[in-house]
Design a protein around this ligand. Sequence first.
Ligand SMILES: NC(=O)c1ccc[n+]([C@@H]2O[C@H](COP(=O)([O-])OP(=O)(O)OC[C@H]3O[C@@H](n4cnc5c(N)ncnc54)[C@H](O)[C@@H]3O)[C@@H](O)[C@H]2O)c1
Length: 427
Amino acid sequence: MRKVRATVTVIGLGYVGLPLAALCAEKGYRTYGITLEAKKVSMVNKGVSPIANDAELAVSVAKKHIVATRNAKVIRQSDIVLMCVPTPVDKLYNPDLSPVRSAALKISLNLRKGQLIIIESTINPGVCEEVILPILQKGGKVAGRDFFLAHCPERINPGDPTWNVRNIPRVVGGITHRCSRLAAKFYRSILESDIREMKSIKEAEATKIVENSFRDINIAFVNELAKSFDKLGIDVYDVIQGAATKPFAFMAHYPSCGVGGHCIPVDPYYLIERAKQSGFDHRFLRIAREINNSMPAYTVNHLIRQLNKLKMPLSGTSIGVCGISYKAEVSDIRESSSLKIISLLKEFGAKVRTYDPYLLEQSTDKSLIELLRHSDGMIIATNHREFVEMDIRKLRKYGIKVVIDGKNCLDKDGIVRLGMAYKGIGR
Ligand SMILES: NC(=O)c1ccc[n+]([C@@H]2O[C@H](COP(=O)([O-])OP(=O)(O)OC[C@H]3O[C@@H](n4cnc5c(N)ncnc54)[C@H](O)[C@@H]3O)[C@@H](O)[C@H]2O)c1
């Protein structure tokens, strides 16, 4: 018999919410999970994880300890409510807080005295107090007195074999000191990692945005170096590896065909927009975003140049794109640079072939060999192991003439020796 603790409801059963719900259930909490998708409800209740390629999560969901539902009334039966809904940007990069507002309303309509509400979604400083709190307090209950509100930004890195939902250190911040203490106590009951209590909820919100902006800026720096070193004829990849031999004050980041996923290319906009409202222009963050957003077009431009040297127009030429997901060994396509590359190639009239071992339904070809057989040129858009470990002799065997290595993960010298044109990003 499982010893049942308090009741937890996780709102949002995605990459963040589902592993969290599974962990809460494993630690003995009676766990509800709210999601908008009927299919997800049915899968989770049947013990099938809707998230592919996460064996530990699959085992956990198979125990059927999470009760999934679309009915927000389960919130009323809960002691702790964890919000894990998306925080995307629209086509013009404006933050879209509608999922957060809608989830906050669900909580507000079912709010009970004594409940602890924790926001895990990534949000800019101010969202908890300016957007979520007024919705929660609509019914007259007061935060810090009648219920407790805290923010604990999620740091999960899907596909990471080392760092996972249970061992990544966390920060928490509450509307009041007590809110923060209660949230920290809850996380200490489920995590094996350190929990740092921040002085305010704003500090906790800012921490996450700073982490992801730090990464975006560093990647933008090396992407800019790649463009510069392409002109200077220096291999940026070798240079970064050289710089990385310095044992202090340097952290290696590598250039690529773009920055994807639901976090790095999205979160900085939340800070940029909120700071703008307070009269501050985050120029540095804006430039980083601009540089990183330019990389898919830069990659396609390399392809056009290499084809030109062979007197081949891009229009009408078959180009195989290896990888659709935004990063290696996952099936998540949100903000994937591969999608931008595919769309640009189509715009230029190329015959586009695609293959992603994690997204076979969305691939035109169902194997790498099939893709190579149908392509004259190829772009590596995702560094899935299958591409990194491919036998490059097959490229020549199947008639590939140009290789654009958007992830700098192939053997450049070997490909050139085999008589094919090769261009990486900055190498
Ligand atoms: N994906 C990551 O690697 C990652 C890592 C750290 C933090 N985050 C942050 O965590 C948050 C969630 O991201 P995700 O990748 O898990 O998203 P996701 O798209 O994978 O899942 C979102 C879930 O929320 C549900 N949902 C959306 N609106 C809802 C509503 N109004 N009411 C109830 N359910 C609703 C959806 O049905 C879905 O189950 C985002 O703020 C993201 O920035 C994501």
